[in-house]
Ligand binder design. Sequence first.
Ligand SMILES: Cc1cc2nc3c(=O)[nH]c(=O)nc-3n(C[C@H](O)[C@H](O)[C@H](O)COP(=O)(O)OP(=O)(O)OC[C@H]3O[C@@H](n4cnc5c(N)ncnc54)[C@H](O)[C@@H]3O)c2cc1C
Length: 435
Amino acid sequence: MSARPIAVVGASAAGLAAAEALRRSGWRGPLVLIGDEEQLPYDRPPLSKQLLHGSWEPDRLLLRTRDQLDPLGLDLRLGTRATGLDAVTRTLTLDGGVGVPPLEQGREWGRLACAGVIIATGVAARTLPGADGLAGVHTLRTLDDALALRAGLAEAARRLVIVGNGVLGCEAAAVARELGHDVTLVGRDPVPMAAAVGTEVGELLAEEHRAQGVRMVTGAVAGFAAAEDGAPARVGGVRLADGSLLPADLVLLAIGSAPAVGWLADPALDTSDGLRCDAYCAAAPGIYAAGDVARWDHPVHGRPLRFEHRMNATEQGMAAARNLLAELAVEGVHDPGDTPAERRPFAPVPYFWSDQYALKIQAYGLTAGADRVETTVLDRAERRTVALYGRDGNAVGVLAAGVPPRQIRALRAVVATPVPWDEARERVAAATAAG
Ligand SMILES: Cc1cc2nc3c(=O)[nH]c(=O)nc-3n(C[C@H](O)[C@H](O)[C@H](O)COP(=O)(O)OP(=O)(O)OC[C@H]3O[C@@H](n4cnc5c(N)ncnc54)[C@H](O)[C@@H]3O)c2cc1C
């Protein structure tokens, strides 16, 4: 058994899945799970849905309770930030939080030499100049973010301006309308979610948001105006580049995110858009990555991809763990028992969902960056829709809104690997005709 630990950096969906998979796959050495948030690992998708709405409380978001974590024998270091990694020696530098006990005896404080490292640090919300320190301006990435926005929405009839009409902005708009607030959704692109799902599906979503009373505005944000009640540090509106002012009591910035790679300065690592990995999720020998932060060579799609999707975080966490152990077995650091595993390329069928009002949107494969999209509206009033996405003559993605689960499963099979366009169209038609 190795005296050196495996360290997983990032104690959320991908990091937890990796830690659990390491134990399931037979790692009996020390295992350190490091996260800079104070909370036990929790689930993020409900932050913009049930938690924001107020129908769920924070404890319902926990991915595991303390009792469920205990059998893993983790050295769990919450409130602890990783500040550096020497990729060659696999040594992490940690900024221990207040009250965090020192690392094991004999180790230099703050430095952790590891047998292997899995990086699962996710992404951080982007913000805009002028937003810092302005009360009433929010982002929505963490539990604390969501609780702060929820507290703002607890007051009656607020004017909420959401900057960014992507998936997150649309979900928050839906919740805020359900709570009875006055909602303006601002996007540079006139069609919401267009980058993720294409123009036609985006238009259908726009119809639904308008029908629910959301005001849609196209424009770029130039800055913020202060409140007129003599509170200069409180937001009073959002200024657009054309000079117009959108009055606001609350502002949500939903303008995308940046991979949390700032702490990885080692030139051996490519961090230009997330942490670049090979098909096995390896960024360097003994260093793997998973989840929103990882950009890896997808073996089926033949190019580097990075997804900010919940299911990918779990699946990639498990894959990175298995592949790291296979590598450590070859190095003689891990005893694989009688059945040594080989590293396997990570080749998932990408999946994401979004909930807006009563509508569930689900997508498999690649929907962004398509050069061809065919949208079939099954029921306009209900917004029941199926769309097929193509690239270079093949169908590579499919999206369904308001479609029953059995049909969704059949649609997944259509794009599990790229399929010639005409064949995919027939299979989609058959799947959705099946009732
Ligand atoms: C509001 C919201 C709604 C979403 N809804 C959906 C949805 O409907 N469907 C869907 O498919 N996906 C959804 N997602 C995306 C999904 O939640 C993410 O894909 C998933 O959480 C990624 O998990 P992760 O573990 O890779 O990263 P994260 O969940 O971002 O976790 C990374 C962790 O690492 C920590 N960390 C960062 N840097 C360091 C460091 N240097 N040292 C220590 N710790 C560090 C972070 O604080 C964080 O705790 C949503 C995300 C959000 C924010």
